[in-house]
Design a protein around this ligand. Structure first.
Ligand code: S3P
Length: 426
């Protein structure tokens, strides 16, 4: 797909529902008693993979235009699937579902696409095995396919070496089935949607600093979940409006959970004109409308505890830094190497191809901003966030940018190009 420079972005947009929250609503609904009714569910490919997996385990899930209804089977009601569970491109599906499967009284094989089969699963295999699960990488390379033989589990206190909500959530979900309390301590707090939503489903779960603690419930009960707009999808339009000279965008109903909202802090620290309007709460998650205007930006250093709160936005932030005066330094972002693509590597190569002054480091990158970008041919590596980042960069660069494999935006934002075209001022 090809992109050309535009004058700016103007108008209003409602980005689709949050991917992390949509996954969790289906998963928790499936193991709850009663019906869970989900509105603003993200019908992206990843969340559809989660629905397919739970349907394959006997959970009736209805989907119409506006609502997803999950008729939960209760904590102990999942059935053995008749074939391998396919998680597609979704790391969240693979890792979170592993925590649930670890405790079932049946065996399952989990797999996914080429990218999923290269992503590290040792990070869930180790803690779930410590809880008593029988879980193995079929090819012995610590990646999917995974063979999971459910077992009775016991509670542990796991000190996670990574700040990862997928790891934390897998352990907490296994903890729902354990014979005692389960604790997960992270180096920094990662997104806390699991903790918030499980509380709504009636679980006894709380946090103490960077530790999340769950006590196994007898049952969970089905809920109404209103999914807020995904700040990770909003990030592309926030950055677009900041980068392009003649811009003003109003983004409606965006989730602003503090464990996800690092991008708002970074943009403000870079000098961005961003305002939160109409702040409120839906299903235990804070949301707001976000008003963004073109801004002149300056560089920033990003690292430490803020990284997990903007982990998926770092590709877009790196491109944004090309439009800021001075040297932006991103540190402690090694997790980007094990996302849908090696996002550190792919961003350094793509931005360099567009004429940016950027170098990769062990755990991040250094971007010397202020040089205008020019068009280039960019391989998305079938990574949705890379495709969207370079689509926006291409709209703010000279000449033509072509993004290869652009359709992969279906993973998290199927209407992205339609919204982009509508908001663009030529
Ligand atoms: C997610 C957590 C993050 C994020 C991913 C979704 C989640 O991954 O990158 O897109 O829904 O829990 P990690 O937990 O591996 O950092």
């Amino acid at each position: 797909m090809k992109f050309h420079s535009c004058r700016g972005f103007r108008g209003e947009v409602t980005v689709p529902g949050d991917k992390s929250i949509s996954h969790r609503a289906v998963m928790f609904g499936s193991i709850a008693r009663g019906t869970t009714e989900i509105t603003n569910f993200l019908k992206g490919a990843d969340c559809l993979s989660t629905i397919a997996c739970f349907r394959a385990m006997g959970v009736p899930i209805e989907m119409d235009k506006t609502v997803v209804r999950v008729h939960g089977n209760g904590l102990h009601g999942l059935k053995a699937p008749s074939s391998v569970l396919d998680c597609g491109n979704s790391g969240t599906t693979t890792r979170l579902i592993s925590g649930i499967l670890a405790a079932q009284d049946f065996s399952v094989t989990l797999t996914g696409d080429e990218s999923i089969q290269k992503r590290p699963m040792r990070r869930v295999i180790t803690p779930l095995s410590q809880m008593g699960a029988q879980i193995a990488s079929v090819h012995g390379n610590d990646c999917a396919p995974l063979r999971i033989d459910g077992r009775p589990l016991h509670g542990i206190h796991y000190l996670s070496p990574v700040a990862s909500a997928q790891v934390k959530s897998a352990i907490l979900l296994a903890g729902l089935y354990a014979d005692g309390e389960t604790r997960v301590t992270e180096p920094y707090v990662s997104r806390d949607h699991t903790e918030r939503m499980l509380t709504g489903f009636g679980a006894d779960i709380h946090t103490e600093g960077t530790t999340a603690i769950v006590i196994p419930p007898d049952e969970l009960s089905g809920q109404k979940i209103e999914v807020p707009g995904d700040i990770s999808s909003a990030a592309f339009f926030i950055a677009a409006a900041l980068m392009a000279p003649d811009s003003e965008l109003l983004l409606h109903n965006v989730g602003t959970n503090p464990t996800r909202a690092g991008i708002l802090h970074v943009c403000k620290d870079m000098g961005a004109d961003i305002r939160l309007l109409n702040t409120r709460e839906a299903s235990g998650e804070p949301t707001a409308d976000i008003l963004v205007r073109s801004s002149s930006l300056h560089s920033i250093e990003i690292g430490g505890a803020i990284i997990p709160t903007l982990i998926d936005e770092l590709p877009m932030i790196a491109a944004l830094a090309c439009f800021a005066d001075g040297e932006t330094i991103i540190r402690n972002a090694e997790e980007l190497k094990v996302k849908e693509s090696n996002r550190l590597d792919v961003m350094v190569r793509g931005l360099s191809a567009m004429g940016a002054d950027v170098s990769g480091t062990e755990d991040g990158m250094i971007i010397r901003g202020g040089r205008p970008l020019h068009g280039a041919v960019i391989d998305s590596h079938l990574d949705h966030r890379i495709a969207m980042t370079f689509a926006i960069a291409g709209c703010c660069a000279d000449k033509e940018t072509e993004v290869l494999g652009a359709d992969c935006v279906n993973i998290s934002y199927p209407e992205f190009y339609t919204d982009l075209e509508r908001l663009m001022v030529l």
